[in-house]
Design a protein around this ligand. Sequence first.
Ligand SMILES: Nc1nc2c(c(=O)[nH]1)N[C@H]1C(S)=C(S)[C@@H](COP(=O)(O)O)O[C@H]1N2
Ligand SMILES: [Mo]
Length: 343
Amino acid sequence: MWLHPDLWKNLPLASYVTAIVCLGGCTNQPTDHQLEVWRKEAIARNAEIVADNAKKTRQSEWNLVIQGETATSKPVQLNWQQIFALANTHVKTTDANYAIQPSQVFDFRGIPISRLLNEFGYPADASEVTFLSYDAYQVTVSLKDLLTYPIILAIAKNGKPINRDQGGPIYLVFPHTQYPQLQQKYEETFWAFYVSHIVVGTEQVQLRVGKRTLRLADLDQLTQVTLTETVGYRAGWPSGKVKLHGVRIRDILAFADVQLPPQGEIVLQGKAPIFRNPTNPITLTVADVRDCDLLLATRWGDDKQPIPAKLGGPLTLAISSGCNAKTRNMRWVTFVEALTTKP
Ligand SMILES: Nc1nc2c(c(=O)[nH]1)N[C@H]1C(S)=C(S)[C@@H](COP(=O)(O)O)O[C@H]1N2
Ligand SMILES: [Mo]
């Protein structure tokens, strides 16, 4: 069974009140139910942070990054002026998220994804494109559909900037009215709000650690570890226990000659803006990095498949249930890009 993105939202508050009661007195072996409860708690807390931070970034400071298996494999960053200049396609459609008037047609103006794909290139064998948002929400769309239909990153709705609570400043819009066949396939959960990155296919592993940049071949030299856990990622993963294969963060740091700061913390950065917010960084305690299994996963499942962008790959944080509650409760970071230390 696959998790519907909706399961991550509108979490019943009552379900995690029990976790608070248990935090002081839990045994070392939390039950699956407790893990699930902690995961929901972390996600609910995250939702608040996201709502808060998303409001702070102004439209004029917004960037859009295009990367992955593009022609140059180098990320291209568009600033607001460039985004604005490219956004000259109009799509008249209902808004899948406008529940008040589901039949109302709006005039969206935006950048057709096909234009970006043609400009920046894509490999002949690529089949999907992943859109990542400020809050680490992600959706994956078939490349063929993106080339066939005017699916746009909209920056205006009826001639006005799109409000944050309606998905602005950049909202992924599908031409539902003109192409009703897309209504089922790309229902409201696909309409990503505040898009910040477009990943064509899946990127190569590239992890900044101290002064070094590690590739998959480097990580594959280290001790390989497998965890079987209920994952806390937000999108796309199966529910229930999943096998994650990768390397320990402490081994990665040692490999890159980075010392564990005795009193400090390890800072992890992901691609989504909320996973690299300097004022609210994702931190791991030195004790947990030293004493429990905190992995960067490179593969998953029984057949050790690479982790595709659709699941937040190629590198994701995986947290063992043997870690302390504080760490266990943390976000499972997708699209991991850097590890640093904080004294
Ligand atoms: N960036 C982002 N886009 C998103 C979501 C989200 O959490 N973050 N939720 C999706 C889902 S599941 C739905 S139903 C719609 C509306 O989400 P809302 O109910 O939070 O307004 O937006 C979609 N786009
Ligand atoms: Mo939803």
